[in-house]
Design a binder for this molecule. Structure first.
Ligand code: HEC
Length: 290
């Protein structure tokens, strides 16, 4: 077989085996040859074997050539693909038509006769393969109790559900004005206070009494009270030209939630010298967006 140079052939066969392994071995997102070192080991050994085989063939060829240089070309032509022809012959082996007379059995039922031909070897080997498969299958699933596909599915779904929950818990940045809830944990309020004292005091005063910005401690809100409106105001900013900018570029949604929750806790301060109320009384029962 000279159509392929040998390094190409090795590469080709190895690639096919590699692709098959990756396709059939369930290793999740990680490639099988990384997740299971045995797979890499197997591929490595297989490569060594292939290369060894090539070296042997090459050595044998050069020996043949050295012994009979003249017949070389001729010889090689007629020997092309012999291994393939041999395999085909082996798999298709059965008595040819001309030899039917030799294998015909001596019984005769109303003219119907029987040939004692061999089973087609390709079929027989296929049958053996199913037996081997059945044994492996039985040992794996019935005796060793490996998971069947239903159990595998259930396990993967359960794992995925946990992963989603985990993601929801940690990915606070899924919060928006529609689904935001008031935080009451001391740690969250503390974080909110930290943000407020750095970014907001200049206009709203330390205690929320108001200055350039409106009083955040009274019940009156220009842009709507309640956690959702406050979140929205901080995220998107106030009316244009008033001085309250949008903070969503500099604060994460989770941080806006914290500072909004802190702003809502400011009403407890109720400073006597706070700025006069602006806007309308906000009815706390309604948590809708303005
Ligand atoms: C540059 C000054 C300034 C800064 C800094 C500032 N604000 Fe404001 N804030 C304002 C002004 C002015 C308004 C009124 C906006 C309007 O009338 O539309 C306002 C409005 C608000 C309102 C709505 C009040 C209402 O009555 O509806 C909230 C809540 C608020 N700010 C929170 C914050 C928070 C939290 C920060 C810090 C992240 C902050 N502000 C930083 C000036 C500021």
């Amino acid at each position: 077989m000279r159509t392929f140079t040998s390094y190409l052939r090795v590469l080709f066969i190895l690639t096919i085996v590699f692709i098959l392994a990756e396709y059939f071995i369930d290793s999740g997102d990680i490639p099988a040859f990384i997740k299971y070192p045995q797979v890499s080991l197997f591929l490595g050994l297989f490569a060594v074997l292939l290369i060894g085989l090539e070296v042997m063939i090459a050595a044998m060829n050069s020996v043949t050539r050295a012994i009979s240089p003249q017949v070389d070309l001729e010889h090689q032509k007629e020997n092309e693909f012999t291994w393939f022809k041999k395999i085909v012959d082996k798999l298709m082996d059965s008595a040819p038509l001309e030899k039917e007379a030799e294998i015909i059995m001596d019984h005769n039922y109303d003219g119907i006769q029987e040939l004692d031909n061999t089973l087609p070897p390709w079929w027989k080997y296929g049958f053996y393969a199913t037996i081997v498969f059945a044994i492996i299958y039985m040992v794996r699933f019935e005796i060793l109790g490996a998971d069947n596909q239903y159990v595998e599915l259930e396990k993967e779904v359960a794992a995925a559900t946990i992963a989603i929950e985990q993601y929801r818990k940690t990915a606070k940045d899924l919060i928006d004005a529609e689904n935001v809830v008031l935080l009451t944990e001391a740690s969250d309020l503390k974080a909110g206070e930290g943000i407020y004292n750095t970014l907001c005091v200049a206009c709203h005063r330390m205690d929320g009494g108001g200055g350039i910005g409106p009083n955040l401690t009274d019940e009156y809100w220009i842009l709507g009270g309640g956690i959702k409106n406050i979140f929205n105001t901080i995220s998107e900013g106030g009316r244009s030209g008033k001085g309250m900018v949008s903070w969503k570029q500099s604060l994460k949604p989770s941080e806006i939630q914290q500072v909004a929750s802190y702003v809502m806790s400011l009403s407890a301060n109720n400073p006597a010298d706070g700025k006069a109320p602006e806007g309308d009384i906000w009815n706390n029962d309604s948590a809708a967006l303005e």
